[in-house]
Design a protein around this ligand. Structure first.
Ligand SMILES: Nc1nc2c(ncn2[C@@H]2O[C@H](COP(=O)(O)OP(=O)(O)OP(=O)(O)O)[C@@H](O)[C@H]2O)c(=O)[nH]1
Ligand SMILES: [Mg+2]
Length: 686
């Protein structure tokens, strides 16, 4: 049996999946904890500060006091089931949530009540619009919001959203604190009560004017999609509250408006109200199934996890059907049977015989499943989904402290990369280094921590070597003669070559101008091979590029000549010619494109200049309203630490991509330093 299709009968509604998204540190993990507590799934509300939340249970997340990977939890509320996907906001870890977001029914964008930081939400708002995932904004930490912060934050957010924002509540203040709210749709005021549902109160006279203005704005926003409501407003009639609530639910589900709610994960204020919103307004998973093109039934695999006690698990969401252990799932055309099914609650897994439509589950044993796949029943296999991940801007060369760990290292890296699509590793043939690439330094440090903790592999790490090259400025010629007479057979090879510089990028050219058989035909390729040997490491210590070599003369010995002897002769000639040809150093230059919040572009430009960058332009971002884009050519040597420096001037927001551009000459003190370092390294390695 494959995934079996089931309708959503009343009383047994499908589980709805809610993703918590938003900038780093806005309180997503705390809000998940508050939702679990308010719904009764846990009896004590933990805190991120104390390291007691259900989410962020990994040692890496606990140590960082911020999420390093997605946290899965679930709870029931008034008979409805919900799965929470709490995604990390930190730049180095944000990639982990991108895939899971695709099949969520609703995303909650959690933000701070600070208009000056509203722009931090722009990338996620744009992504949700692009994916078509219905979403709401939750302005968290509301207890500390200063006067006017909610209004200003909403105003700052609006230009970043395709849909109109619909402010659903306004804050009620007592002194410095926000202590309650007015629900604009129902026109009711509530006072927050820590750990309990809010208590109804009269709307204070002081906020009536603001309440009326905001309510009118809310109703007008809804009326744009509802003629009956529009008519009521035009006739100055009080609209039926049921109509308003129905509009809010439908418009949210259909991605027409983005409701904005207020609350505090810390005190629980507004959290019961949020639960009600999830209950009434989070769409059923049919919408997500349709969005992803799942017709019959499917499992959207959004992560492969290796970290828990159960070994390799495929984490995913069941769309359009139910799933039981042993069911057939088609993975890339091949049938596979679902192994044990688990519900995940933070670091705990609980085995389930079967899972219902909409559930988020961990499935054992489907080895062929990869993150981003949609697994289907036979004949109904949905397509795979593609996600574009952020650029990998940090790299480390790593070596095991204990050589005997090398095999363990590659197994571990394979698993870590499968789990984390933003991570990549490769073996550099030339330098024999294992290169680890990740989003930023913090990301790679967390990966190294996991490597040590989970797999017991300790490594040393350092910046990877930069691919310097060298070329020549002058023409030169040289003879290479290899002659050895030792007992019986001797060795004899002799060649004369002329070399000259080529244009940048032309590479290597070899021309044979031997006449009269000075070197027999069959030895010419050996001479060329010897020349190439010499070019692997030029006089300055780096591979040589853009040189033309002409073989002009030579001599041979009828008995003693051999391919090996001519290869050695070719190498000798080339080594000498290069040394005479005024060699110079080349460094790789990359083109970097930095996206940074408006107002920080010129600072980003100075950072690039101070790293020897050549600024190509500073312009408004092509798609995002409050962002700027700086483009520059930058020596690859200037990339190390760039990510951290750009982030520190932009509240952690600036990011960049770099692509190889060209090789550029480098001279003077900088070149001397590079050559000295390479010589030292070679001496040590020898
Ligand atoms: N005052 C106040 N602090 C809060 C509230 N919610 C969360 N915090 C604090 O904000 C900090 C960050 O909270 P987290 O829940 O880890 O935030 P997050 O959004 O999950 O962060 P990342 O996982 O790094 O993206 C912690 O110190 C929380 O205690 C709130 O409602 N009020
Ligand atoms: Mg978190």
């Amino acid at each position: 049996m494959g995934i079996t299709h089931q309708g959503n009968h009343a009383g047994n509604r499908a589980t709805r999946a809610v993703a918590l998204v938003g900038p780093a540190g806005t309180g997503k993990t705390s809000l998940a904890e508050a939702l679990l507590f308010a719904s009764g799934a846990i009896t004590r509300q933990g805190s991120v500060e104390a390291g007691t939340t259900v989410g962020d249970a990994s040692p890496e997340a606990r140590a960082r006091r911020g999420s390093t990977e997605i946290n899965l939890t679930h709870f029931d509320y008034l008979g409805d089931s919900f799965a929470l996907i709490d995604t990390p906001g930190g730049a180095g870890f944000a990639a982990d949530g991108l895939t899971a977001l695709q099949s969520a029914d609703l995303a909650l964008v959690v933000i701070d009540p600070a208009p000056e930081r509203a722009m931090l939400a722009e990338p996620v708002l744009r992504r949700l619009d692009a994916l078509g995932v219905p979403h709401a904004v939750f302005i968290n930490k509301i207890e500390n919001a200063r006067a006017g912060a909610v209004r200003d934050t909403v105003a700052a957010l609006q230009p970043m959203s395709r849909e109109p924002l619909a402010l659903r509540q306004i804050p009620l203040r007592e002194g410095e604190q926000v202590t309650g709210y007015v629900d604009l749709a129902l026109e009711r005021a509530y006072r927050y009560r820590p750990g309990r549902p809010s208590e109804r109160m009269d709307i204070p006279g002081g906020v009536l004017a603001r309440e009326q203005a905001e309510r009118t704005h809310l109703l007008e926003t809804l009326a744009d999609f509802d003629d009956a409501l529009m008519e009521a407003l035009l006739l100055d009639e009080q609209p039926d509250p049921a109509l308003v609530m129905a509009d809010l639910a439908a418009d949210t589900a259909n991605n027409k408006v983005v409701p904005v709610l207020l609350g505090s994960a810390l005190t629980g204020g507004g959290v019961h109200r949020l639960l009600k919103l999830l209950r009434h307004e989070a769409p059923a998973p049919d919408a997500a199934a349709q969005r992803l093109g799942v017709e019959a039934g499917g499992l959207h695999v959004f992560k492969i996890a290796h970290g828990g006690a159960m070994g390799r698990l495929a984490l995913g969401r069941i769309l359009g059907g139910a799933l039981s252990e042993g069911d057939e799932l088609v993975v890339g055309g091949e049938a596979a049977r679902a192994g044990s099914l688990f519900f995940v609650q933070g670091e705990k897994t609980a085995k389930q015989p079967a899972a219902r439509p909409g559930d988020v589950v961990a499935v054992a044993r489907i080895e062929a499943a990869r993150s981003g796949m949609l697994l289907g029943a036979r004949g109904h296999e949905p397509a795979a989904l593609r996600v574009s991940y952020p650029a990998r801007n940090a790299a480390l060369a790593i070596t095991t402290r204990d050589r005997r760990d090398d095999v363990k290292l590659s197994t571990a890296l394979h698993r870590l990369c499968e789990e984390d699509p933003a991570l990549e590793w490769s073996q550099d043939q030339a330098s024999q280094e294992t290169i680890l690439r990740g989003i930023n330094d913090e990301h790679l440090q967390v990966v190294l921590g996991r490597l040590q903790r989970r797999y017991g592999v300790a490594v040393d790490s350092r910046p990877p070597r930069i691919a310097y090259r060298e070329s020549i400025r002058k023409q030169a010629s040289a003879r290479g003669r290899h002659k050895k007479q030792s007992g019986g057979h001797g060795q004899y090879g002799d060649c004369v070559i002329a070399i000259r510089p080529l244009e940048r990028g032309e590479g290597f050219r070899f021309e044979d101008r031997i006449t009269g058989g000075a070197i027999p035909r069959q030895y010419i390729p050996a001479v060329e091979a010897g020349i190439k040997d010499a070019m692997e490491r030029g006089p300055l210590g780096f591979p040589v590029v853009d040189v033309a070599v002409t073989l002009t003369d030579g001599s041979f010995h009828a008995v003693d000549s051999s391919e090996l002897a001519f290869r050695i002769a070719g190498r000798m000639a080339m080594t000498e010619a290069l040394a005479q040809a005024a060699p110079y150093l080349l460094e790789p230059v990359v083109k970097v494109t930095v996206d940074t919040p408006a107002g920080t572009g010129s600072k980003a430009g100075s950072v690039l200049s101070s790293r020897r960058g050549q600024i190509l332009g500073l312009s408004p971002h092509p798609d995002w309203t409050r962002w700027e884009r700086v483009e520059a050519l930058l020596p690859e040597a200037g990339i190390a630490g760039l990510d951290a420096e750009l982030r520190s001037l932009s509240q952690g927001l600036a990011s960049f991509v770099a692509e190889p551009d060209h090789l550029a000459e480098i001279a003077g003190r900088l070149a001397d330093e590079v050559v000295r370092a390479e010589t030292e390294r070679a001496v040590k390695a020898a």
